[in-house]
Design a protein around this ligand. Structure first.
Ligand code: GRF
Length: 201
């Protein structure tokens, strides 16, 4: 049973997919804590809804830790790291966490941090990956789960799924097609880590 610390910034649909897979018994993990760097993240509302329905022992603790409350990036990330350590999480999952972690943070957790990105890395790292793919004109895109280092969407690739890019695709249509696969790939990859089918690092 893996104890997860999930970091979010926005909508939280990948967090939702993790919680759904856990509740359906498809993922041997518990979400120990969710940390958002945005207080208005929809992901936090999702957890509230989950908690409203969950038994006491299944409720998920959330923290909002905003960069603006700290003097510098290091102390901001130190605060997040200490929560993760206090909660003794086994794996940190970046699920739409929209900031690059510094080397102090990544070194502290080694290969215990993963991220999901909406492109076939190493193509199209960074923001608006789906738009980048459309602009470039690739015919196949997809999503990638990878270990996290201090580089932007760098780190060893763990798993990928490809989707076609079709004539007439808009950014939102392609994003939706990729997102569907993200919701399968991320829980599946965590399950493989939980069951030692994939090694940490
Ligand atoms: C996803 O497309 C993920 O790949 C990227 O950010 C988006 C987050 O979506 N890193 P959500 O917050 O999980 O709905």
């Amino acid at each position: 049973m893996l104890k997860l610390g999930v970091m979010v910034s926005g909508r939280g649909s990948n967090l939702g997919a993790i919680m759904k897979n856990i509740s359906e018994g498809k993922l041997d993990a518990i979400v120990e804590v969710v940390i958002s760097n945005k207080r208005d993240a929809q992901a936090l509302r999702r957890v509230e809804e989950w908690n409203a329905r969950a038994d006491d022992d299944k409720k998920i603790e959330t923290f909002t830790v905003e960069r603006s409350s700290f003097a510098d990036k290091d102390s901001f990330e130190e605060n997040i790291a200490s929560i993760m350590e206090e909660k003794r999480v086994d794996l940190i999952v970046l699920a739409g966490y929209m900031s690059v972690l510094g080397s102090k943070f990544t070194a502290r957790f080694g290969a215990r941090i993963i991220n999901i990105h909406p492109s076939l890395l190493p193509s199209f790292p960074g923001l608006h990956a789906q738009k980048q793919a459309l602009t470039y004109g690739v015919k196949i895109s997809g999503c990638t789960v990878h270990f996290v280092d201090e580089t932007l969407d760098g780190g060893a690739i763990i798993s990928q799924v490809a989707v076609p890019v079709l004539d007439g695709d808009t950014e939102s249509v392609l994003s939706e097609r990729i997102l569907k696969e993200e919701h399968r790939l991320l829980p599946e990859t965590i399950q493989k880590l939980a069951t030692n089918q994939i090694r940490f690092g």
